[in-house]
Design a protein around this ligand. Structure first.
Ligand code: ADP
Length: 200
């Protein structure tokens, strides 16, 4: 099963991706996580991405497309994957189409998590408070100011992908405001048994 998760920052993409991974035996490919790992390891990509991520802006398409293209060639992605945070621009979506076509693969669905913006700000505030309480380091971009930039970038660059996938007949919209397990159930219902059974 090959899926995309779409939705604004803080909508719960990462949480749902992890649950789908456990349920369906596919891998979660999060460009945000990959970029944060590159920053931590101080690789050339990490050095390029660090300030951009901290500002809440988008890393250039060619950088993330190269990361994803390479990652999709790893053996563990053969059984299926869930893309979390990619594609984020029309250019990335078109590049993904080309990459998959070249590998003879196709997407099974693009899941949109619908949430209201006020909830996103509240979720971010509670995520910051919980991480601070656990003594975990905060993400450099998890603060209310950067969140505004991330949301603005989402609206301008990523939200148009909802129509892109709707036109391809791949879009499945789910209410992301429901409790976490309910959202997972709604995703499973939206995919239907036929897609959920697909492997490889
Ligand atoms: P969130 O969805 O909560 O904003 P992510 O972990 O997905 O968090 O992304 C964090 C940051 O990493 C983004 O704000 C952006 O700077 C960068 N990033 C992640 N994925 C992409 C992508 N596909 N294209 C460009 N930049 C990306």
């Amino acid at each position: 099963m090959r899926l995309i998760l779409l939705g604004p920052p803080g909508c719960g993409k990462g949480t749902q991706a992890q649950r789908l991974v456990g349920k369906h035996g596919i891998v979660q490919l999060s460009t945000g996580e990959m970029l944060r790992a590159a920053v931590k390891a101080d690789t050339p990509v990490g050095r390029k991405a660090k300030d951009i991520i901290t500002r809440g802006d988008l890393v250039p398409d060619d950088v993330v497309v190269a990361i994803i293209s390479e990652r999709l060639d790893q053996p563990d992605a053969r059984r299926g994957f869930i893309l979390d945070g990619f594609p984020r621009t029309l250019g990335q979506a078109e590049a993904l189409d080309r990459i998959l076509a070249a590998k003879g693969l196709r997407l099974d669905g693009a899941i949109e998590l619908k949430v209201d913006e006020q909830a996103l700000v509240e979720r971010l505030e509670s995520r910051i408070a919980e991480m601070a309480a656990r003594g975990e380091p905060l993400r450099a971009d998890d603060n209310p100011e950067t969140m505004k930039t991330r949301l603005a970038n989402y609206r301008a660059q990523t939200a148009p992908l909802i129509d892109y996938y709707r036109k391809k007949g791949l879009l499945k919209s789910v209410d992301g405001m429901a409790p976490v397990p309910e959202v997972t159930k709604a995703i499973d219902r939206a995919l239907g048994p036929e897609i959920a059974a697909r492997s490889g």
